[in-house]
Write a protein that binds this ligand. Structure first.
Ligand code: GDP
Ligand code: MG
Length: 601
């Protein structure tokens, strides 16, 4: 197809605002999917996406459309829809997907209004000069208030409220007008057809049968099958075994030219050989300069993962190997813990990425896991001037540290105005530094903070949601680092530190963490033949202490104090590990106590 007849666009939307449903209608209306084969959420192929109802991997599809209105009425236009992941952990992938487009649909639920992540992605799209098409969705809902939200959107992007389209992905109302509009206003791609090819990788998926399937947008030149190509970030060469388009099933073709979107198969087995953001060119006579913006995925959040049943360790290792084939951002290395045995320290882009990974390990590989509390990467300059990147509290340099730096993020929160007070309180308690506040409309407020990432990954979002009855939305992006007064709090059983419970916290929060953990453990660890002190310490300084009293003669065996019915429920699931004890010094601790102590509540 000639570039004049191509339109590349993304849909920017908050989770649940109806992107997948709208995509389904577009597939139907354009005839891309046969009526008989249509199923809901057609493009969300991975099971886990369907179950969680979120889109993790970008999917893209070619939609042929002959608009009835506008400047190109009557001409066949090829629309490429490039799906973007909606979650905050995947900002980089979103930015690459947007890079592959000339236009973006801003899709907003007409009963909810715009949310923080949508706003952040909208700003990304505006920075890239994409043509923005504002759309209110779900206008069929009785609770929809399109007039109010059209005003809000108009104010944010600087257009007239009347320019905001109104559609229903559910009933299909307004969808063909939206397709017409896309053909009319999204600029056609521009590139040099005679130059050496340059194609941007905006997604890369491991397929058991085909190896890695790489999704690209061609900027210059043409890619054809059976040629040798180079990945410009690494210089690695591969033969292009197949090139094709997605419509919406993969179809091999004779090549992709300027502005076209499709997939490549090179036979590589690991997505790290075909990375999002990289540029593909020819191995011989290829382009000199890559397309801008390549970035290595870097894990921001770390946690230890341990099999409950130690004999599952090799299964966990194989499972992580397999997941990494499809996830360039997942990092891991073996570690051992006195308390938990053999496991892995894993690095993730963020909390959702961590949750999804744990979920898949449990579901797809049948693993029962314990995970330690998540932490970020700290940069520590020790007394002797040595510098450390600490991804695990257990390797925190001992002694007095000269300087400690922690990552900070620019945070945007949108809340209904009645929750501004409670939200500010929460942000302050999490060491937030307020940057600004704007009324998006009379009833909704945008708050901006600089916050330590370490505070955000620790149940911040849950607290925010519960304080705002679920109405708050949150977005954050990296904003460098700051020097902070952070300390490592150790938890000791009979004088011996339990590595899995060590945490890096701000000095002002150390006492709280210490008290919480000692009280929790006192409740969870069965009495022994002798008294067992549980202490929290910073270095050699004890900051809190509880005692487990010695067992009395008339007590038969394990004895729990306090109400642990809820924890017990959790524990009942852990069949194998139940009877196993770990010895910390002279103290026997059932593994279930570790699981419960590490569960976040
Ligand atoms: P996504 O997370 O943005 O992909 O959202 P989905 O397409 O999965 O939709 C989220 C929920 O909203 C689903 O329960 C849909 O059935 C519903 N939904 C989507 N579009 C519409 C619409 O136009 N009208 C109504 N009433 N519901 C919709
Ligand atoms: Mg979806």
């Amino acid at each position: 197809t000639s570039p004049a007849h191509i339109r590349n666009f993304s849909i920017i939307a908050h989770i649940d605002h109806g992107k997948s449903t709208l995509a389904d209608r577009m597939l139907q209306l354009t005839g891309a999917v046969d009526e008989r084969l249509m199923r809901a959420q057609y493009l969300d192929r991975m099971d886990i996406e369907r179950e969680r109802g979120i889109t993790i991997k970008a999917q893209n599809v070619r939609l042929p459309w002959v608009p009835k209105t506008g400047a190109v009425a009557g001409e066949e236009i090829v629309l490429h829809m490039i799906d973007t992941p909606g979650h905050v952990d995947f900002t980089y992938e979103v930015s690459r997907a947007l890079e592959a487009c000339e236009g973006a649909v801003l899709l907003v639920d007409a009963a909810q209004g715009i949310e923080a992540q949508t706003l952040a992605n909208l700003y990304l799209a505006m920075e890239k000069d994409l043509e923005i098409i504002p759309v209110l969705n779900k206008i069929d809902l009785p609770a929809a208030d399109p007039d109010r939200f059209a005003l809000e959107i108009a104010q944010i992007i600087g257009c007239e409220p009347e320019e905001v389209l109104r559609v229903s992905g559910k009933t299909g109302e307004g969808v063909s007008q939206l397709l017409d509009k896309l053909c009319e206003v999204v600029p056609p791609p521009v590139g040099d057809a005679d130059a050496p090819p340059r194609a941007l990788i905006f997604d890369s998926v491991y397929d058991t049968y085909r190896g890695v399937v790489t999704y690209v947008r061609v900027f210059d030149g043409k890619l054809t099958p059976r040629t040798k190509v180079t990945m410009m970030s690494t210089g690695a060469n591969y033969e292009l075994q197949e090139i094709g388009i997605i419509s919406p099933e993969p179809e091999a073709c004779e090549g992709l030219g300027v502005g076209e979107v499709g997939y490549l198969i090179t036979g590589v087995k690991d997505v790290r050989q075909s990375k999002v953001g990289d540029t593909v060119t020819l191995a011989n006579g290829g382009a000199e300069d890559p397309l801008a913006g390549y970035q290595e995925p870097s894990p921001m959040v770390f946690s230890g993962l341990y099999p409950i049943d130690g004999s599952d360790y090799p299964v966990l290792r194989d499972a992580l190997d397999k997941l990494q084939l499809n996830d360039a951002a997942l990092a891991y290395e073996p570690e051992t813990s006195v308390a938990l045995g053999f496991g892995f320290r894993c690095g993730f882009l963020g909390l959702l990425h961590m949750e999804i990974t744990r979920d898949r390990l449990q579901r797809e590989f049948g693993l029962d896991l314990i995970s330690t509390a998540p932490n970020v990467v700290y940069r520590v300059i020790a007394e002797d001037g040595e510098e450390y990147n600490v991804t695990n509290p257990s390797v925190w340099p001992e002694g007095k540290n000269r300087e400690v730096y922690e990552p900070i993020v620019k945070t945007t929160i949108i809340v209904p105005s009645e929750f501004v007070g409670t939200t500010m309180e929460l942000c302050q308690s999490k060491r937030g530094d307020m940057q600004g506040m704007d009324y998006l409309s009379e009833t909704r407020v945008e708050l901006r903070y600089i916050m330590p990432l370490g505070e955000i990954i620790f149940d911040f979002f849950d607290s925010l949601k519960s304080r705002t009855r679920g109405y708050a939305s949150l977005q954050y992006e990296e904003a460098g680092e700051q020097i902070s007064d952070l300390v490592k709090v150790d938890i000791l059983l009979q004088g011996e530190a339990v590595d899995a419970f060590s945490a890096i916290v701000h000095r002002d929060h150390a006492q709280h963490y210490g008290n919480k953990m000692t009280v929790k453990l006192k409740e969870l660890i069965p009495r022994q033949q002798y008294e067992v002190p549980i202490q929290a310490a910073i270095g050699s300084k004890i900051i809190s202490r509880e005692n487990i009293r010695a067992i009395r003669k008339d007590v038969l065996s394990k004895c729990y104090g306090g109400d642990i019915s809820r924890k017990r429920k959790l524990l009942e699931k852990q069949k194998e590990g139940k009877k196993r004890m770990k010895s910390i010094g002279r103290v026997d601790v059932p593994q279930e106590a570790f699981v419960a102590a590490l569960s976040a509540d």
